[in-house]
Every structure is written in C-alpha cells, then in structure tokens.
Design a protein around this ligand. Structure first.
Ligand SMILES: [Zn+2]
Length: 485
C-alpha cells in the first residue's frame, strides 16, 4: 500500500538546467497525488557524485572533489526548493551511508561478479563502455560527445548481465515491469533481444580514484553508473532498514530517455541478482529543447530553472513544463510560448474565473457562499491520465473543466440574475461556481500546489476570504525574447 517514487540522480559535472527540472516536477506530481490519496509516500531524489569527470572538473577548479560536489549538489537542492518539490529524501552518492551500503550490495551480488580482462570501447565523456554493436551503429564516434571511442584494455570486474536477459525480457513483455511510453518499451526490447553482454562494473583505481572501493580489492573502484543505480536501494536503508522492507519495490522510477539502457536492462539485472522484485513502472520522459534547438553548452542556450521561475513564479513554471512539454515526447521551451500559456490559460482562464467568482459573491451576497454542493464532475479521464504519467492530458482535462465553468458563467450571467432579484437562483449559480472551483483546486493540487491552496483558502470556509494579490495577474508586456540577466 506504500508508495515509493524516485527521480534519477543527476550527475554533478554540470549545473541544473530545465531538463532536470522537468523530471523533478513530473515526479513531484506523482508523489503529491499519492499523498493526496492518503498513501504513505517516500519520494527520493539526489545527486550522483563519483567518477572521473567530477574529479577532473574539481581539479580544473583546484578544489577537492568532495568540496566541488558539495557546491553542485547544493545548487540542485536550491532548484528543488525553488520548484516546490516535495521530496522526502535527498541522497548523495558520497554520503557515507550510501558508500557502505553500496559495498554490501556488491557483496550480495558476488555470485554474479567475476574478474576478467576487459578490452573494449569507451567514451570518456559518457564515462561508459559501449558494445561493439553500438559503436558500429555510431560509426565509432560518441553521438553525445562527438569524440571517437577509445580502445581500453584493463582488468575489471564483470557483472553477469547476460544470465538475466531472458528474465528481464519476460518481465518487460508481460508488464510485470512496466515501461511507459510504449515506444521506450519497444526500444529496450529490441536491445535485449539482440542479446545483453556481461558488463564491466569496476575501473582500476589508478585510472579513477574518485569512487567507492570494491570490497576486498584495493586496486579497483566501482564503476560510477553501476554504483549510482544502487542509490534507489541505499536510500531506503537496504538491506536491513524498515523503510526498505516497507517501500521496496518502487512504484514509479522516473528517468530521461538517455539513460533507458541503464534502468531497463542493467538495473533490473542487478535486482534479479539480488533476488529483489523489480519496480512496478519505469516512466521515461523526453528532452527539453529551447526555441526548437537542442539545449547545449556549445550553443549557449542552456536555461537555468531560476531564469524561468523568475518570470511568472513557481506554479507557472510547473504548469508550462507539465502541460506544454508533451509527457510522452520531446518538447520545446520558448519564452513566447511561456508568455502565451501564462496570459491565456493561467491569467485569463483560471485566475480570472477565480477573481470573478470571489468578486460576485462578495458584491451580491456580502461574501457569504452558503451551502456548497458536492463536486459532480466525472474525473475518471483525469485519473487515468495521471495513472499512466500523461501529465499533459491530465491538465487538459482540468482545463476542459475550467472552460466549462467559464461557459456556464457566460450563459447564466449571474450579474443579470442579481439585477432580477432572484436571490435563490443567484445563490445556486454562485454556489455551483464555487463548488466547481474547489473541485478544480483539488485536481490541481499535485500540479500547482500553491494555486490549489489559494483556491481552497478563498472559498472553502463558506465565506469568501480575500487573499493577498491576484492569482496569476495578467502580464502587462509581452516580452518575446529571453530577458537579459
Ligand atoms: Zn560520450
């Protein structure tokens, strides 16, 4: 009955951007919705902090790796707070508890770990080995880093992933381990059907010192990706902690499409080897482009979440990313689209309806709402959309109800009813408006928590309680371009 949801843990070699923010807000909706249903919930996020890229970056800045990760990790925490993310846990892979428990996991995997000579292709940018097949597909050059793969030969530990391939495939095909959207499920099934090779899971300490030592072998450290995946267990206190017993398996794990292989092939392999149940659902979101272009350092178009939140606030940020970035696909951020969404949907459609309704009750009935009828709308489409992580569709449903309410007000014309002195009818119309807005507030709670609590504060006591400031005041100027810092 408990609910455990995780985000992937961002690698601290770069600062947080709006792509990370998308994953945070999506996961937050699921966590808040679970709590709203009354389900005990643990929502976990954090930062992935080992590996050579982090060590190199720290060296570049002439600081210790830990000091460097402290700084970047803190920036991610700031973003979580800025976006009103309700995570219960924040795990850092440099936490001593993670390091100790990762070593326990390694030991518990030891029946499926062996030492071997590794000779293979490696991208230093990805800090990842690639299979011959993938290298061939990419013509020998990493598509993420535009650099040729390096041939590396070294002694490593290997995990017998190949052994678990049939079980992983079956779990995915039978949906006992669900992957949404379907396109990602088919993508990973293709990979698994071609065969999963055993994977290298350690590096010699002389190549990488910034990592968790392999238990019982001073000369090797755990491969950063392998060890980072373990955070989903260590954060619950695997193996002995009560939280682990009460909350594993995860109900939903939210990741980006670039790390699908790690989470839909390697991770379930590790869990099977540990004899643990697989997560119920892996939800895979797409990338956020900026003004139609891929976000990249070299294009100089990377946007920090704070830049966007500064424009119209936290809930407007959440709204844009949850409704205007397609949940099942890549999406586009543009300032113009943000302005349009804010003015047309948040200010005109939602904010204005709230203000109008509060103003009419205040003007015609001295602020007294009276008996509020129970909600009467069918919210099953909203619930279904939320259950499959179709956040955009769920918000479409809410907005349909908002538009329906506006239409009702336009048709009923409460201002004319007030003039006709039909007090009973007027009371009925206004009470219906309030009831509908309270219902909208409930539906918005996981998505726009501040907005939802404002709506509740204004209407829920039966008497209008004015709040400070307007909900989503209309923006005066349309600033089409990026604001200058
Ligand atoms: Zn690469």
């Amino acid at each position: 009955m408990n609910y455990f949801i995780t985000t992937s843990i961002p690698y601290v070699n770069g600062d947080p951007h709006i792509g990370h923010a998308l994953e945070f807000v999506m996961s937050d909706v699921l966590a808040r919705a679970a709590r709203q249903r009354g389900t005990p919930t643990i929502f976990s996020t954090g930062t992935d902090e080992h590996g050579s890229k982090v060590a190199e970056k720290a060296a570049e800045l002439k600081v210790e790796p830990k000091a460097f990760t402290d700084q970047v990790s803190a920036k991610f925490k700031e973003v979580l707070s800025l976006l009103n993310i309700s995570n219960d846990r924040f795990i850092r892979t440099t936490d001593p508890a993670h390091e100790q428990r990762a070593q326990i996991i390694w030991k518990n995997l030891s029946a499926d770990i062996y030492k071997g000579k590794y000779s293979g292709l490696y991208c230093t940018g990805c800090e990842a080995f690639v299979t011959e097949a993938v290298a061939k597909e990419n013509k020998g050059v990493c598509p993420h880093h535009n650099q040729p793969y390096q041939k590396i030969e070294e002694e490593n530990y290997f995990f017998k992933l190949s052994k678990y391939a049939p079980q992983i495939q079956q779990a995915i095909e039978t949906d006992s381990f669900k992957i949404y959207p379907d396109t990602r499920k088919h993508e990973i099934l293709q990979v698994i059907k071609k065969g999963l090779e055993d994977i290298s899971i350690s590096r010699p300490k002389q190549s990488i010192s910034w990592g968790i030592p392999v238990p019982g072998d001073e000369t090797q450290v755990m491969y950063v990706w392998f060890e980072a995946l373990m955070n989903y267990l260590t954060v619950l206190g695997y193996p002995e902690n009560k939280d682990f017993k009460d909350y594993w398996p995860a109900n939903v794990q939210v990741i980006g499409k670039d790390i699908l292989r790690f989470h839909a092939a390697i991770w379930p392999g590790m869990l099977l080897a540990l004899k643990l149940p697989l997560p119920e659902l892996l939800f895979v979101h797409g990338f956020v482009n900026v003004e139609g272009k891929k976000m990249s350092k070299s294009l100089g178009n990377v946007i920090a979440p704070a830049e966007v939140a500064k424009r119209y606030g936290t809930d407007a940020f959440r709204y844009y990313f949850l409704r205007h970035i397609p949940s099942y696909n890549d999406g586009d951020f543009s300032w113009k689209k943000l302005d349009a969404a804010y003015n047309n949907e948040l200010a005109d459609e939602l904010g204005n309806t709230v203000q109008r309704t509060a103003a009419m009750v205040t003007q015609y009935q001295n602020g007294i709402i009276g008996e509020i009828p129970p909600p009467e709308h069918d919210v099953s489409s909203y619930q279904e959309a939320l259950a499959v992580c179709h956040f955009d569709k769920a918000l479409d449903e809410v907005w349909q109800q908002i538009r329906g309410l506006n239409q009702y007000i336009d048709e009923q014309k409460p201002w004319l009813v007030a003039k006709s002195h039909d007090e009973e009818h007027l009371k009925e119309v206004l009470a219906y408006q309030v009831s509908s807005l309270l219902e909208i507030g409930e539906l918005l709670e996981p998505f726009l928590p501040d907005t939802a609590s404002k709506i509740k504060a204004i209407f829920s006591t039966g008497v209008i309680r004015p709040t400070k400031g307007t909900l989503f005041p209309k923006a005066q100027t349309q600033k089409a371009s990026r604001p200058s810092a």
